[in-house]
Structure formats: structure tokens, C-alpha cells
Design a binder for this molecule. Structure first.
Ligand SMILES: C[S@@+](CC[C@H](N)C(=O)[O-])C[C@H]1O[C@@H](n2cnc3c(N)ncnc32)[C@H](O)[C@@H]1O
Length: 230
């Protein structure tokens, strides 16, 4: 599934940094509401007695705020330092605290086997090699740890925006968007994972500042998987 035209260095970090840098509003670039699957994610985390969560690709913190407010201890990881500063400031202004670490989905700043749960929302299609991201989830998670994530489907409303650079992959405003079919996503979690949930979901997103300045519909796969190392 790796696409040779993409590498981690051209897969969009500059575009993300720029998008946060030009966003003047105090509000999250992604809207004031958390992602629509956050409530179900919190229920799943509680049911599994999770206490600590790493939100990778946390952006400017809208979901971290919800996770902290639900009582979890949290760390936010993102490739964009500006996003992390914005997230820390937004949470702080609302009386919440978390740890913030610069890092990538494919190289997380955690020792192997130390993370209880990972959330990864609206980020999974942005790496050159999604298989590498899934292996990294498996590396950092404790045995039995949980990943909760979504990935955009090939019939997502934003599919086709930007320049096509590979099969189902587009460069849009200096960032990368990859869209997935169900079989390839399922394949990624075939070995070393117990898939607890795999659900197709749709929702409408509001305009995102200058980045995507119009309402759009997302068609997603919502995935929850438990790491089961051999
Ligand atoms: C669409 S935003 C979503 C932000 C947040 N998860 C939310 O739902 O509000 C995508 C985020 O992923 C981050 N990102 C992109 N590639 C990444 C990577 N390889 N590792 C970690 N974060 C990444 C971007 O900087 C950006 O903050």
C-alpha cells in the first residue's frame, strides 16, 4: 500500500504548519465541536477501563478537550508545533491540562509497549505508508492496548480535491489526503489485532477556516482494534 511518490518529508507537514499559522481565530480550525465519534470513543475507552490516552494528530485540541473533560489523562502528539501550542493554550483557557509532544504517526515519542490507548481522528490518510502507522500503533501500545481511529472512504465528499499523486491519494494545499476502500483497511489490521469495531459512518463538517472554507460531507470507516502481539 506504500506509494513510492510519497515520503514522510513530502506528505504534508509544511502544509499543516502553514494552515495553523494563518488561522487567526481563537476557535479550532476544525470547528468548536469534537469529531462526531468522540462520545462513542469515550464510552469504549471507559468500558475498557482505560485511564490514559494519546491523541495522535491532535491538531489544535478539540478532541483532547473532550477526552480530558471525560476524565482521561492525555497526551497530544502532532507534527505541527503551532497546532500543539494552540491546543495547549485552548485547553489551558478552559481549565484543562495535557502533555504535548511533537511527533508523527509513524514515529511516536513513546517507548515500546507503554501506551494504554491511542485515538487518531481525521489523520490516518496523511502518511506515506499507512502500514507503517499501524505497525507504530502496535509498537507503542501495551499488549491489549486499544487504537480508536477513523479513515476517509473513497466516496468521501472531499475525494478528488487537489492534485492526484497516486491511487486514491491527493495533494491538497500542501497536505496529503488518502482515501480507503474497506478491504485494504481491514488488511492493515489482519495480523496482530483483534478488530472490535469496523463501522461505516457519515457526517457533515462545517467550513474549516481558509483550509476548506465550505461545508462538506465525510464518509468514514470508524475502527476500534485491540493489539494482540504474538
Ligand atoms: C484534519 S487535522 C485533524 C486534527 C484533529 N485530530 C481533529 O480532529 O481536530 C489533521 C492533523 O494531523 C496532523 N498530522 C498530519 N500528518 C501527521 C503525521 N504524520 N503525524 C502526526 N500528525 C500529523 C496535522 O498537523 C493536523 O493537525
Amino acid at each position: 500500500m506504500n506509494d513510492s511518490s510519497l515520503t514522510d518529508s513530502n506528505s504534508g507537514s509544511a502544509g499543516w504548519e502553514e494552515s495553523y499559522a494563518v488561522h487567526q481565530s481563537e476557535e479550532s480550525l476544525w470547528g468548536d465541536q469534537a469529531i462526531p465519534i468522540l462520545d462513542s470513543s469515550i464510552e469504549i475507552l471507559r468500558r475498557n477501563l482505560i485511564e490514559t490516552v494519546v491523541d495522535v494528530g491532535c491538531g489544535d485540541g478539540r478532541n483532547l478537550f473532550g477526552l480530558r473533560s471525560a476524565g482521561f489523562s492525555c497526551a497530544g502528539v502532532d507534527i505541527s508545533p503551532t497546532a500543539l501550542v494552540r491546543a495547549a493554550s485552548m485547553l489551558g483557557a478552559r481549565g484543562r491540562r495535557a502533555f504535548f509532544l511533537e511527533g508523527s504517526l509513524t514515529s511516536m515519542p513513546f517507548a515500546a509497549g507503554t501506551v494504554e490507548a491511542i485515538t487518531c481522528f481525521d489523520v490516518f490518510g496523511q502518511v506515506a505508508d499507512p502500514g507503517c502507522a499501524v505497525r507504530e500503533f502496535g509498537r507503542v501500545l501495551m499488549p491489549g492496548g486499544i487504537i480508536i481511529m477513523n479513515a476517509f472512504a473513497t466516496d468521501d465528499g472531499t475525494y478528488g480535491e487537489g492534485d492526484k499523486v497516486g491511487e486514491h491519494i491527493f495533494h491538497y494545499k500542501g497536505t496529503t489526503f488518502r482515501y480507503f476502500g474497506e478491504p485494504e483497511l481491514r488488511d492493515l489490521f489482519d495480523i496482530g489485532w483483534n478488530v472490535l469495531k469496523f463501522e461505516r459512518m457519515e457526517w457533515d463538517d462545517p467550513p474549516h477556516g481558509e483550509f476548506r472554507p465550505y461545508p462538506h460531507r465525510h464518509v468514514n470507516y470508524f475502527i476500534v482494534a485491540r493489539s494482540t502481539p504474538a
